[in-house]
Design a binder for this molecule. Structure first.
Ligand SMILES: [Zn+2]
Length: 79
């Protein structure tokens, strides 16, 4: 869901199916919280990347794969 300006108000719109929801205060709060979780996971991927030297290549690839899977999963759920 991405925020889109419409008729002077902001709505959340799904770029995949076009579903729209009015951005109430409650929806804003939920959206903000989900965004933070998502950012947290993206940072997790970056931290794992920075710590590359501490793991062997195989371990690193597996960890990154799991983190990205996790991230994609949460993006599907917030749809
Ligand atoms: Zn959708």
């Amino acid at each position: 869901m991405v925020p889109v300006k419409k008729d002077g108000t902001t709505v959340l719109k799904c770029p995949k199916c076009g579903y729209e929801v009015k951005l109430t205060e409650k929806a804003k709060e939920g959206y903000r919280q989900r965004s933070e979780v998502s950012e947290e996971k993206k940072r997790g991927v970056m931290v794992a990347e920075e710590r590359r030297q501490e793991y062997d290549q195989e371990e690193m690839e597996e960890m990154r794969r799991l983190l990205l899977e996790n991230l994609q999963e949460s993006e599907r759920e917030s749809d």
